[in-house]
Design a protein. Structure first.
Length: 114
């Protein structure tokens, strides 16, 4: 399974971004996809996750500002982030769990300037 993430960039505080992750390869019908992020000097943390049943989970730090969605047919997940803050600056990683395996995509950098 390969995960391809895109959509990062530089944005001013208060702006919005949409990150997209497309999965390819042997992906089962039951899959959990998620976005994690890692800021400089900090540990990687979960931002949001979604299952193939469309159950979602959001980190408290982003709840209300972030929406995660999944296209079950294309096996792609989208993360919309609104009201961006400088503390949202991080490498954002796409993640998938399928067929009892974990997969990670390459990070996409989000930089929020004040």
């Amino acid at each position: 399974v390969q995960l391809q993430a895109s959509g990062g960039g530089q944005v001013q505080a208060g702006g919005s971004l949409t990150l997209v992750c497309s999965a390819s390869g042997r992906i089962g019908d039951n899959v959990v996809m998620a976005w994690y992020r890692q800021a400089p000097g900090k540990q990687r943390e979960l931002v949001a996750s979604i299952s193939s049943n469309q159950d979602t989970n959001y980190a408290g730090s982003v709840k209300g500002r972030v929406t995660i969605s999944m296209d079950n047919i294309r096996k792609a997940t989208t993360l919309q982030i609104h009201s961006l803050k400088p503390e949202d600056t991080a490498l954002y990683y796409c993640y998938a769990h399928t067929r009892n395996h974990d997969y990670w995509g390459q990070g996409t950098l989000v930089t929020v300037s004040s």
